[in-house]
Ligand binder design. Structure first.
Ligand code: UDP
Length: 240
């Protein structure tokens, strides 16, 4: 008998910052390899994994808009292109250890990757391939967290697993306050009303409206990605 896991299909969100690790350049190959190995270990169990990658390690539209006349939409297009770079790097790493992986972009770059086609993405997952969604939602003024919530809902994944550099959601900034306490669970309402910086409001609201639980966890701790994907207790669970 196959052991049963909590999730059958997950949406893993990897921020650009998480990919950077402590590498001086944009992407730390040790991090992409760690992600690939752990994702490989769970796809072998039959769990379907889709990934949304961020781009903040390379370019963040909101903080660059205004420089030298750069308007917000143009800045956000650059940000979305940054996510494509991360996606291709991650895909190459995954395939180097034998995980068939497809990148789908929210706007067409057909020489580089497939366009996003929902039913095709689902088919890849059913065949045991990992699908990396790049270029966010394809729209300026959005974030890749919102893309994660959106794609999760679209492909009927059961949870958004938000991989970060911290252990989960704290009641205060753990870097400034050593007594900050980690929340095991939170409701959507607690996240929005206390303005806890988990995700932007658009992303968390989309999760809430579609009853998508969110797990915030630390990807730098070995084994955590596989644990999160298998549905073992890790980080902070947001729901209900
Ligand atoms: N972005 C966008 N629309 C989207 C997703 C992303 O315009 O749907 C742009 C935006 O400029 C953002 C950048 O891409 O700053 C990188 O994404 P994000 O900041 O979400 O990455 P992360 O924080 O996860 O590294």
């Amino acid at each position: 008998d196959k052991p049963s896991y909590k999730w059958r299909r997950v949406l893993l969100k990897v921020s650009g910052e998480a990919l950077a690790g402590d590498h001086t350049q944009n992407i730390d190959p040790k991090i992409t390899m760690a992600i690939a190995r752990e994702v490989a270990s769970v796809t072998r169990l039959g769990i379907e994994v889709a990934i949304v990658v961020g781009g903040g390690n390379i370019f963040r539209g909101s903080s660059r808009a205004g420089c030298s006349g750069l308007d917000r939409s143009s800045a956000d297009y650059i940000g979305m292109l940054a996510t494509v770079m991360n996606a291709i790097f991650l895909q190459a790493t995954m395939e180097s250890i034998g995980i068939p992986t497809r990148v789908q972009t929210a706007f067409r770059m057909s020489e580089v990757a497939e366009p996003y086609i929902r039913r095709r993405a689902v088919r890849h997952l059913e065949k045991g391939r990992v699908v990396i969604f790049a270029a966010g939602t394809g729209n300026p003024f959005f974030t890749t967290d919102t893309a994660a919530a959106l794609r999760c809902a679209e492909i009927n994944a059961e949870v958004v697993l938000k991989a970060t550099n911290v252990d989960g959601v704290y009641d205060d900034d753990p870097r400034r306050n050593p007594n900050a306490r980690l929340h095991d669970t939170l409701t959507y309402h607690e996240v929005t009303s206390k303005d806890l910086s988990v995700m932007d409001m658009t992303a968390i609201t989309l999760c809430q409206e579609n009853n998508i639980p969110v797990v915030v966890f630390n990807l730098t701790k070995p084994g955590n990605i596989a644990k999160a994907i298998k549905g073992e207790r890790v980080g902070t669970l947001i729901g209900g």
